[in-house]
Design a protein around this ligand. Structure first.
Ligand SMILES: Nc1nc2c(ncn2[C@@H]2O[C@H](COP(=O)(O)OP(=O)(O)OP(=O)(O)O)[C@@H](O)[C@H]2O)c(=O)[nH]1
Ligand SMILES: [Mg+2]
Length: 364
């Protein structure tokens, strides 16, 4: 099961109370106040990790609560600070406050952490309230309360290259051929149902990550097929690799496929289809491919086209080195990507609320 959106509620621990106590000891009359401070409550921390690929665990465990700090005690004993509650999430998780819709953090590196609810602070014991006029204070501070928040987590896979193509074009086969990722491949559409990321390591230890997403079809932006929900997993990719079935095995024309793919990307986000990329002209082992490659080259003279046979892993090296050259040429981070994501989220939320308002009109 793959989950890329989830709502959770988190609550940090309250601070422990300070203590009111007086020193009682043989031969020490009127020993004075000795109430210790309370310990701090635990924070709730989100931690990005390589070992999680989806938010599915959080779907089944949406409530998280950190422990409260220990209370202070006599003999100036400090209450124990509560341990922090760490929630592991996949890399690429965006965290939003569900109440305000504000972005809290963008966890995009392994082991990156973010405190989403700060634990309460322990209260002070009565030792702190001694003064020249009050030498036996019967006053201590309660700990401050923890925070309670509803969070919306949205996973956007982080990869350098996004594979875009129609179902059955051979995206997963290509990923298997060039990396150690093992997505399922089969001769029927929609074999891939959730994103997979493969990693290629070069001899100079540089790494290139490639994301494979479910196939797109005409009208994906209108939620046809698996819709364009999965495009969110490649919108952060710096370059695209369009995978085309040059033999038209399913009776389609690769030239039309290419135009349709660009159209879908553009519908999802204006400007997305102009992001740099290469074309992977797949299935060149089949006889129909040669003619289609000629036509594709003719109609797209400026584009880099790489004929490959993903099934046998042939001719893939040139495509991979072209991807690397392209990546090296563009800036490491698209700084506006996050802003665009936030803008689309707001647009989506507005459309949802407008729709809810319309629904209310018919609610008798
Ligand atoms: N002849 C030939 N067949 C190929 C080639 N590459 C992939 N195929 C076949 O095409 C079919 C679909 O491959 P997949 O890799 O599952 O395609 P996909 O694009 O991931 O498809 P979805 O996950 O459904 O979107 C499989 O039966 C592969 O064996 C190739 O280079 N030549
Ligand atoms: Mg696939």
């Amino acid at each position: 099961m793959f989950v890329d959106r989830v709502k959770i509620s988190v609550e940090s621990g309250h601070g422990g109370s300070g203590c009111i106590s007086f020193r009682r000891e043989k031969y020490v009359p009127m020993g004075g106040p000795d109430g210790g401070d309370g310990g701090n409550g635990g924070d709730v921390i989100l931690q990005a990790t390589n070992s999680e690929q989806s938010l599915v665990d959080l779907k089944f465990q949406p409530q998280w609560k950190a422990e409260r700090g220990g209370n202070g005690a006599g003999q100036k004993m400090h209450g124990a600070n509560a341990p922090h509650c760490r929630i592991k999430v996949p890399i690429g998780t965006l965290v939003f406050d569900a109440a305000t819709d504000a972005l809290i953090c963008d966890l995009k590196a392994d082991q990156q952490e973010c405190v989403v609810a700060k634990g309460g602070i322990g209260g002070k014991g009565n030792v702190h309230y001694v003064s020249s006029v009050n030498r036996a204070p019967r006053k201590a501070q309660p700990g401050t309360e923890g925070e309670r928040k509803e969070l919306e987590l949205e996973l956007k896979t982080v990869a350098d290259v996004g594979l875009v193509g129609f179902p059955n074009a051979g995206k997963s086969t290509f990923l298997r051929a060039v990396s150690r990722a093992r997505p399922k491949t089969a001769a029927y559409p929609f074999t891939t149902l959730h994103p997979n990321v493969g990693v290629i390591e070069f001899e100079d230890f540089q790494r290139l990550t490639i994301a494979d997403i479910p196939g797109l079809i005409d009208g994906a932006h209108l939620n046809v097929g698996l819709g364009h929900a999965f495009l969110r997993h490649i919108e952060r990719c710096r370059i695209f690799c369009y995978v085309l079935d040059m033999a038209g095995v399913d009776g389609r024309d690769p030239l039309q496929d290419f135009a349709a793919l660009k159209n879908e990307l553009e519908h999802y986000e204006p400007g997305l289809s102009t992001r740099p990329g290469i074309i992977l002209a797949n299935k060149i082992d089949l006889p129909e491919a040669a003619e289609n490659i000629r036509r594709l080259r003719e109609s797209n003279p400026g584009l880099e086209i790489f004929p490959v046979c993903a099934e046998l892993g042939e001719e893939t090296a040139a495509a991979i080195s072209a991807l690397r050259t392209l990546l090296d040429a563009i800036p490491p981070e698209d700084e506006d990507a996050l802003l665009r994501i936030l803008a689309r989220r707001r647009k989506y939320a507005k459309a949802q609320s407008d729709q809810d308002d319309d629904d209310d009109d018919y609610d008798f």
